[in-house]
Design a binder for this molecule. Structure first.
Ligand code: SAH
Length: 373
């Protein structure tokens, strides 16, 4: 059988260079040979099989305090009898399982929950089904937010936005070109037909693409690179459509800057090490930093209320993660050092505390989301 790499190479040879976003889609999402559909990539480095680790996999405290955020969002909606709880990219279902443990603290909330998981990896869907088998609430899988049953909705996603395909634009011949931004492409190496290289499109980006650029781009010079994540606008549009009909609150946590930044952040991780993103398509996790300013801007333009971005460390502190750590340590003193190490990892500035951010998007008429000030 042809490998994914062979298929991408021959596609480029017949159809010409592809955008970084198309390359990312092929690598991550190809149903038969893509990265996510073919494996469970999550876990600690020492198990030797995983490629990366995420906050819920580091500690149960992460999902548990997010469960408090959910309770609060539901109360802000007026405690509806039924609420659709939607998770984008649930990984191994660990965060949902931890959040539901906290959700049980409010019996009425717990009784109202219907879980909807948006997951494109059948490998991970299997894990989620196992982990959530005894969740105590109905759990279903849907293809998109549009498929979620009507009614008040709470949406959550951790490290989901960072794996959505990004486009990269390079400022080229600013004073000669029509618009200045040219799309960065993936091409086949002219002297080595088995190797990918980056190239830059000769023609500037279209006017439609210009409209995707965020408002506050820092001063740009020749050669600068700007990343655009078209998925952010699409997700906000799906939220807008839903939240005009039904009360809704969404929370996204991911890694990225609070302000739009220039620079190439497209990266590949394999076995917890960075590798070159154009080597081994389909065998490494591909991500890029999330532009939280752009996400907030899409939400504001859609007439929704946005809160944040707030650094993850501060956000989790406001939700009481330190208190949770103390209580867990009391309950199992033998794990005290481990719990302290996990807390540090999730909240410390030199670890995930500052690089990671939380941002909430809600129906405009709901009370302010908690954790943001
Ligand atoms: N939220 C989890 C997993 C993060 S990894 C955690 O924090 O541990 C990214 C997740 O998003 C995986 O579950 C992956 O399969 C899923 N995913 C990636 N691209 C997707 C897409 N386009 N549609 C739906 N799910 C996607």
């Amino acid at each position: 059988m042809q490998t994914l790499k062979d298929r991408i190479l021959s596609h480029i040879k017949t159809s010409g260079p592809m955008s970084v976003a198309s390359y990312m889609s092929w690598c991550l999402l190809d149903p038969k040979q893509g990265y996510y559909p073919t494996r469970d990539p999550l876990g600690v480095a020492k198990n030797g099989k995983s490629d990366f680790i995420t906050a819920p996999e580091i500690s149960q405290m992460f999902g548990e305090v997010l469960g408090l955020w959910l309770i609060n969002a539901w109360r802000g909606m007026g405690k509806p009898k039924q609420v659709q709880l939607v998770e984008y990219g649930p990984g191994r279902g660990v965060m949902m399982s931890d959040m539901l443990r906290t959700a049980r603290l409010d019996k009425d909330f717990f009784a109202a929950i219907q879980v909807n998981l948006i997951e494109m990896s059948s490998a991970l869907e299997g894990k989620q089904a196992e982990v959530l088998a005894n969740a105590g609430v109905p759990v279903t899988w849907v293809g998109s937010l549009e498929e979620v049953p009507a009614g008040p909705t709470i949406v959550i996603g951790n490290e989901y936005l960072d794996c959505l395909p990004v486009r990269q634009f390079i400022m080229k011949d600013r004073f000669k070109g029509k618009t200045g931004w040219h799309e960065r492409m993936v091409d086949v190496h002219p002297d080595n037909p088995g190797k990918f290289i980056f190239s830059v499109s000769e023609v500037p980006i279209s006017e439609i693409d210009q409209a995707l650029l965020p408002a506050d781009i820092p001063p740009v010079k020749n050669g600068d690179l700007l990343e655009i994540n078209p998925g952010l606008g699409q997700i906000v549009e799906a939220l807008r459509k839903r939240f005009v009909e039904h009360s809704g609150a969404a929370l996204f946590i991911d890694y990225g800057p609070a302000e739009t930044e220039l620079g190439d952040t497209f990266q590949a991780l394999k076995k917890h090490e960075k590798v070159y993103p154009l080597d081994e398509p389909g065998h490494a996790d591909l991500t890029a930093r999330v532009d939280f300013a752009a996400l907030g801007e899409w939400a504001d333009k859609a007439g929704l209320a946005s809160f944040g971005p707030c650094p993850q460390g501060q956000f989790l502190s406001r939700l009481g993660i330190e208190v949770r750590a103390v209580n867990l340590s009391k309950a199992s003193p033998e794990n005290k050092t481990k719990i302290a190490r996990q807390l540090h990892r999730l909240t410390d500035t030199n670890d995930m505390g500052t690089l990671f951010k939380a941002l909430s998007i809600q129906s405009a008429d709901l009370p302010a989301a908690i954790g943001f000030k």
